[in-house]
Design a protein around this ligand. Structure first.
Ligand SMILES: Cc1ncc(COP(=O)(O)O)c(C=O)c1O
Length: 382
């Protein structure tokens, strides 16, 4: 078998030297402070059974979707699920993509055009950055959650030749767990006649009265041009949706390559999305349990005098900064030995010096687990 070309081998070697080499590990059975399954729905028997029921009721006993949505793959569950999602999220239209990654690249590669400007928070997810890099628009980052910096940059860089301006943020940031100043960003969007786009991956199923996300919690659904909600995190399944006007959906169906040139999700995946959202609509107690656990975790941070190490956050993501890849890996390994799965996030995923332990909290974590893991962490940090 042929080996790697030398440049690639060098890249791998560099990763090892920087203690940032990644490898695929088996999912562990330790106490879960690392998965995105915030509400435990990924293993919900009820959702599993309801999904099965939806498939039977719709006579969709098939394993695959058989083609792209524009060819043979647009099975009838898509319509059912998209109508349900649009109503639940109080928007005109919903368009399901195969994943959040696909949705972001499909959106940003096709919507902003040459001559347009994109302003994005410096900490937005890799999928947004990748989408932006596929676009012909000019893109500028603004300082994290800093509306003032955004405004200064808009004033400096806008000129009459620019046609459209897009402002991009996450509502809850995937690595820091903090929240964007959405109201301020919406005000700036209005002032500069810009289009606001919000990625709600880590707010879906957590914020809002029934898990609608932060945009709806703040009653801002009419102030954003597009929202991205993903299903692989709190909803515990797979896929993502772009929410917006009917005309935006029409546009994406015609021009978004990651929707057009790929096989559609199988009926089972879309049935699971529908089953989860039907439960959201009824109201599920796991959301309240998760919110309690976030509060318990924050109280324990204070009790253990760890406030200065943690990034302030009211979400399910709580990050403890431990600079240096080797150091943060060692702390994570010690916690593993104590029975806790907490993932170290290394540079270059985050910037050098801001390496961290990223705690993902869940509805099913017990008070005792939370208190024990932070006690152990405090000892390791002492
Ligand atoms: C903010 C954000 N957007 C998009 C994605 C991509 O979603 P998916 O995992 O469905 O591809 C992620 C996943 O980590 C994310 O954190």
């Amino acid at each position: 078998m042929q080996g790697l070309p030398s440049k690639l081998a060098q890249n791998l070697e560099k990763r090892k030297q920087e203690k940032a080499f990644r490898s695929l590990k088996k999912a562990s059975s330790l106490i879960d402070f690392s998965s995105n399954d915030y509400l435990g729905l990924a293993s919900s028997k009820k959702i599993y059974q309801q999904t099965h029921q939806i498939l039977i009721e719709n006579n969709l006993l098939q394993n695959g979707s058989t083609g792209s949505r524009l060819l043979s793959g647009n099975h009838k569950l898509y319509d059912l699920a998209e109508n349900f999602l649009a109503e639940f999220h109080q928007t005109e239209a919903a368009l399901i993509f195969n994943s959040g990654y696909d949705a972001n690249i499909g959106f940003f590669a096709s919507v902003p055009k040459r001559g347009d400007l994109i302003f994005y928070d410096e900490l937005v997810h890799a999928s947004i950055r990748d989408g932006i890099s596929m676009s012909n628009a000019k893109a500028y980052k603004f300082n994290h959650n800093n509306a003032e910096d955004l405004k200064i940059k808009l004033k400096k860089l806008l000129n009459p030749e620019n046609s459209e301006v897009y402002i991009v943020t996450e509502s809850v940031f995937s690595m820091d767990g903090d929240m964007a100043p959405l109201k301020e960003l919406a005000g700036i969007s209005e002032e500069f006649d810009a289009f606001l786009i919000v990625d709600e991956a880590h707010a879906t199923g957590i914020f809002g009265e029934k898990g609608e996300g932060l945009v709806q919690e703040l009653e801002m659904q009419n102030k954003v041009f597009a929202r991205l909600n993903t299903f692989g995190k709190a909803p515990g399944c797979h896929g993502a949706v772009i929410l917006g006007a009917k005309s935006l959906k029409d546009y994406l169906v015609n021009f978004s390559r990651s929707l057009i040139y790929t096989t559609a999700l199988p009926p089972h995946s879309v049935a699971t999305i529908l089953a989860v959202y039907r439960e959201f609509k009824i109201g599920i107690r796991e959301i309240e349990q998760l919110k309690n656990n976030i509060q318990i975790f924050k109280n324990e941070i204070t009790k253990n005098r760890l406030q200065r190490d943690f990034i302030d956050s009211n979400s399910a993501i709580q990050s403890c900064i431990i600079p240096g890849n080797e150091k943060v890996k060692n702390v994570a390994e010690s916690l593993r030995k104590g029975g806790f799965e907490v993932k170290p996030i290394l540079s270059p995923t985050v910037s050098k010096g801001s390496e961290r332990l990223r705690f993902c909290l869940h509805s099913f974590n017990s008070e005792n687990e939370i208190s024990e893991v932070l006690k152990k962490l405090a000892k390791l940090m002492a």
